[in-house]
Design a protein around this ligand. Structure first.
Ligand code: 6PG
Length: 237
């Protein structure tokens, strides 16, 4: 069932182009924007499209980039969300280096959390004493995780901190993740999800049925869902 805040497109490429169009318009009417990006594979198409097709349609000096989560690895590691974004987007657009605000994945995770929190408090404007992003772009895993808030660490959803150390449930990899409370404080939240492997969880979350309460993504509020047909459970003709 398609709902009011759903944006559904037939393929991942058309989905990426539609979201890029939205970003162009969103950025054009603002003096500056502080955006937290998701990692993983889904945003790769968006980043590549922004670099190749939309690069001259955005005033990148207005754009400040952050990450909703980062793996605790060096910035040159293939696991790094920053590295992926740098290779697909940052290196191809005229965004000033001082507009890139990555999580330091090379140091003790608990120190990295403090460093990132200090950066966020310094850079973001506050609403009701909470620093707020203008926009948070999120992915969702097959287990319903979002950012690096996994089902076995639901406490990160309600933590009073801006970010926490998280642990991947199967690899044990440590990560730095924004907390659910801080994600929900942002001025806009967008899920960018593609692929049939996500459809069942999305259906449970949006319908508040099945195991939806076990999925961290279901606790993210007031969301725009950007999906391809496969993730939206729409049969392709
Ligand atoms: C990460 C992401 C994570 C991702 C989901 C979906 O660091 O891996 O931030 O939350 O968005 O795991 O990943 P895919 O886009 O690869 O399906």
């Amino acid at each position: 069932m398609i709902q009011a805040r759903d944006h559904v497109y037939s393929t991942p490429s058309i989905l990426a182009a539609a979201f890029a169009d939205y970003l162009v318009q969103y950025i054009s009417v603002r003096a500056w924007v502080h955006i937290a990006l998701s990692g993983g594979s889904t945003p790769k198409l968006l980043f590549a499209m922004l670099s190749e097709v939309y690069k001259d349609k955005i005033n990148w000096s207005k754009v400040h980039l952050y990450w909703g989560d980062e793996r605790c690895v060096p910035p040159y590691d293939d696991q790094s969300n920053y590295k992926m974004t740098k290779e697909l987007l940052i290196d191809h657009v005229d965004i000033p280096e001082y507009n890139i605000h990555r999580v330091n994945g090379s140091i003790d995770p608990h120190i990295a959390v403090q460093e990132y929190r200090t950066l966020l408090e310094k850079n973001l404007r506050s609403v009701n004493t909470i620093p707020v992003f203008d926009m948070v772009i999120l992915g969702m895993g097959e287990d319903g995780h979002t950012a690096s808030i996994f089902p076995h660490e639901m406490h990160i959803l309600t933590s009073d901190n801006l970010c926490e150390v998280a642990t991947h449930p199967t690899t044990g990899q440590q990560r730095i993740s924004l907390t659910g409370r801080f994600i929900n404080a942002a001025l806009e939240r967008h899920f960018l999800v593609a692929g049939a492997n996500k459809a069942a969880v999305i259906k449970e979350i949006k319908g508040q049925e099945g195991h939806y309460e076990a999925y961290p993504a279901s606790y993210i509020q007031d969301v725009d869902w950007w999906m391809d047909y496969a993730a939206a459970g729409i049969a392709q003709s």
